[in-house]
Design a protein around this ligand. Structure first.
Ligand code: SF4
Length: 385
């Protein structure tokens, strides 16, 4: 079995990525929010130029799937008409910002995300590697600490902002007005200190290899906090989950009629306002739905690297899932849908066989190999060590 290909960059709208079912076109919605009109337009464009399936990524971006290369330009023009396209591919790639979906207009998170997007669009912005990203998370308690990022903004009880290099246990404590400039200094330091040789690299491994940011970018201890997202009613509106983080154009179009949508990094959408959410195909509205505890990537045939199918198998196992623990079904050892260890991982090794890994990632040493589809019909999780 060949090792999965690591591309080292994320697709954008202007720089899409080819997949097994056509181009993947990723939309980075400003402030992680779509107006009703924008959401409706995306649904229509997905039907017109894509295959009618839209992913919600772990960085709270939408991905239109199944776009033919010959339709890409028309799709971009359609998105541009709704303010969803950056000025150029470099700015799009740098504007890698995950914003807490619970921001309020004018609060610290909103202001920082707005200022940060402007700073990253300037000509003097650091040339960051493709996967380098920012989390802006300045509510009362952080909600994004388990989301991937290289530089994090959080808030102290006294209102000051913490700017932290991912992997560091202390942060720079600064005023709201200074926070973006400090983050830019940290990003420049990352590049200048060799964090991205050959245009690739992340903050955490850079620090783990012994690089230490300047002392003025450290110093204030950071509290760790766990946030468990679930479908629920929030002060912003109803948060609903998408099966496997994917939504059909039809369902997105129906949600768009309810209000503006905020994108989250948890395979969930937050619908602004208090309109009741109808029962719609592919939506999860209850926190006890077992599909919330299953991660499954696109798999075959949508992903060219997939060695087998994923979601149909995952769905068939949902009813036998114990109440605790994540099941991860991966089309190959890359483990895109759940890079962290899971209670149980099934990694496809062919169209009919899977490796079983306990408490590890899709690439870890399997406890069993060559499991067939009929093996997977058994309650395997009861064998958990
Ligand atoms: S983990 Fe899944 S989506 Fe990622 S490369 Fe492998 S098959 Fe494709």
């Amino acid at each position: 079995m060949s090792a999965p290909e690591i591309k080292g960059w994320c697709p954008g709208a202007l720089r899409p990525m080819m997949s097994g079912d056509g181009l993947v076109v990723r939309i980075r919605a400003p402030l992680g929010r779509l107006t009703s009109q924008q959401a409706g337009a995306i649904a229509g464009l997905s039907r017109q130029y894509g295959n009618g399936l839209i992913d919600l990524s772990a960085r709270a971006n939408l991905q239109l799937r199944g776009v033919a290369p010959t339709d890409h330009l028309a799709l971009i023009e359609g998105l541009r008409a709704f303010g969803l396209i950056d000025n150029n591919v470099e700015v799009e790639a740098r504007r890698n910002i995950t914003l807490t979906p619970f921001w309020q207009p004018g609060d610290s998170s909103h202001r920082l995300a707005t200022d940060l997007a402007q700073a990253l669009a300037r000509d003097d912005a650091p040339q960051l590697p493709g996967k380098f990203g920012f989390c802006v998370d300045c509510g009362d308690k952080p909600t994004l600490q388990s989301c991937a990022a290289d530089i994090r903004f959080e808030r102290c009880k006294d209102g000051a902002i913490l700017v932290r290099a991912d992997g560091a246990v202390t942060a720079a404590k600064v005023s709201l007005d200074d926070a973006v400039a400090v983050a830019m200094r940290l990003a420049h330091w990352f590049v200048d200190s060799g964090g991205a040789p050959n245009g690739r690299g992340r903050m955490r491994p850079h620090l783990a290899a012994g690089s230490v940011p300047p002392s003025e970018l450290l110093g204030t201890p950071v509290q760790t906090s766990t946030y468990n997202p679930a479908p629920q009613i929030t002060p912003i509106g109803a948060m609903i989950a998408l099966e496997f983080g994917q939504i059909s154009a039809e369902t997105l179009g129906q949600l768009a009629t309810l209000g503006a949508l905020r994108l989250t990094p948890w395979r969930m959408l937050l619908i602004e306002g208090n309109a009741p959410v109808p029962v719609l195909s592919g939506l999860i509205r209850n926190a006890d739905n077992p599909l919330l505890r299953i991660a499954a990537c696109t798999g075959a045939p949508g992903c060219p690297q997939a060695l087998g199918q994923t979601r149909e198998i995952a769905r068939s196992m949902a009813l036998n899932l114990p109440k605790h623990g994540i099941l991860h079904v991966s089309g190959c050892a890359k483990g895109c849908a759940h890079p962290a260890p899971a209670k149980m991982t099934l990694t496809a090794t062919s169209t009919t066989q899977f490796d079983l890994i306990w408490n590890g990632t899709a690439a870890d040493q399997p406890a069993k190999i060559g499991l067939t589809l009929s093996d997977l019909a058994q309650p395997l999780l009861s064998e958990s060590p």
